[in-house]
Write a protein that binds this ligand. Structure first.
Ligand code: NAI
Ligand code: ISE
Length: 339
């Protein structure tokens, strides 16, 4: 069966997902697009030589009988209404992170999904599909390093756009660690604190970069994650789990080692698209397979909500400098299958 997909938001990642559905994966076809910039929607079809329909709004696209399932890849602040429309229409929807930019927005989606009685939402937390993170999880779950005690992480981008703000380091960037560490550790968060080291002169005026986020989990694991979005040298994701009897590190992406000019070296990637290219493929393969059955799998709307609750606490901690509690409600039975 071919799942007919409508894409809302045809910018960088929207187009990348359109390419993978059209050229890399089996089981899906792009039949409709919508973007507040109509020219971008038209260009996204032309770039792939597709002849889909362009809709003026996400709501009209969702309502179209041509569309079986929806990809929401617009700006984070625009996700909620389109995800809600898809859920209310009973159509599976893949939504890029963040599910919504507020915890309340995510909660609205959770409630709509529960009311419909069927899982329909997959959140684009693609790191759960990354081979390296999966190996880490297998090792932790097997008890190879004993119970996790501490996690040291880093999320470094070479540079960011002119509209990137200090709180986006949480909602847009750290959100990946917030989700993947909760999944890796099978734990929830208790409190967070954010500290700001000396500022890099490479950040645009007004942007506080780097930042260090410290998180305590319910089981007592201490996590520190450096977010440094103007690190200049490359796109670099680090994760080290310190357990009772050993240490497990996220593997580096595969790269050719060279010996040249009296140097031994490995290239470092510079773009998130390349670093997680395989995981984006696998997450969408998962989405297509579930959508063909009229449902969704992978990271849930509840995971999107949990990430937003922790992110809100981190943004509060950026301003207060204090240790802020993460007030996470109990997980509804509807989502009992996932960590
Ligand atoms: P972008 O700015 O390149 O593209 C966003 C597109 O959405 C633009 O074409 C814009 O005109 C359109 N848009 C905005 N509001 C809209 C609305 N209400 N209806 C229809 N179209 C609308 O942004 P990018 O980088 O593609 O990011 C999109 C989303 O994907 C964001 O939520 C971002 O956080 C997420 N993302 C996820 C990544 C990952 O690693 N999983 C990587 C990059 C982005
Ligand atoms: C971007 O939106 C992403 O999701 C990337 O994975 C992340 O590294 C970057 O910081 C975000 O801006």
């Amino acid at each position: 069966m071919t799942v007919n997909i409508g894409v809302i938001g045809t910018g960088a990642i929207g187009r990348d997902h359109m390419r993978r559905i059209t050229q890399t994966l089996a089981g899906g076809a792009i039949v409709a697009v919508s973007d507040v910039n109509r020219g971008a929607a038209e260009a996204s079809l032309a770039a792939l030589d597709l002849d889909g329909e362009v809709f003026a709004t996400g709501a009209e696209l969702v309502a179209s009988p041509k569309v079986d399932a929806v990809l929401v890849t617009s700006w984070g602040g625009a996700h909620e209404p389109d995800v809600l429309s898809a859920v209310k229409a009973g159509k599976p929807v893949f939504c890029e992170k963040p599910l919504a930019t507020t915890a309340q927005g995510c909660r609205n989606i959770v409630e709509a999904e529960i009311a419909g009685g069927r899982r329909l939402v997959q959140v684009g937390f693609m790191r759960r599909y990354d081979a390296g993170y999966r190996m880490l999880k297998t090792m932790i779950d097997a008890g190879t390093i004993g119970a996790p005690l501490m996690v040291h992480g880093a999320h470094r981008n070479p540079t960011v756009g002119a509209n990137y703000t200090t709180d986006m380091a949480i909602h847009d960037t750290l959100i990946h660690e917030i989700d993947v560490l909760r999944w890796l550790l099978d734990d929830d968060y208790r409190s967070v604190q954010v500290v700001f080291p000396r500022r890099t002169p490479n950040a645009r005026e007004g942007l506080r970069d780097p930042q260090v986020v410290m998180i305590e989990t319910v089981k007592g694991v201490r996590i520190d994650v450096e977010i440094f979005v103007n690190c200049v040298y490359g796109y670099d994701i680090q994760c080290e789990i310190v357990g009772e009897t050993g240490i497990a590190r996220l593997p580096e992406p595969m790269s050719i080692q060279t010996r040249s000019g009296a140097r031994l070296s490995n290239e470092i990637l510079v773009d998130w698209k390349d670093r997680f290219i395989d995981s984006y493929d696998v997450e969408l393969k998962d989405f297509l397979a579930a959508a063909a059955r009229g449902t969704a799998s992978g990271p849930t709307a509840w995971d999107g909500f949990a990430a937003a609750v922790a992110a809100d606490a981190c943004v509060k901690a950026q301003g207060s400098g204090a240790i802020e509690p993460v007030a996470m409600p109990e997980r509804p039975a509807f989502y009992a299958f996932g960590a």
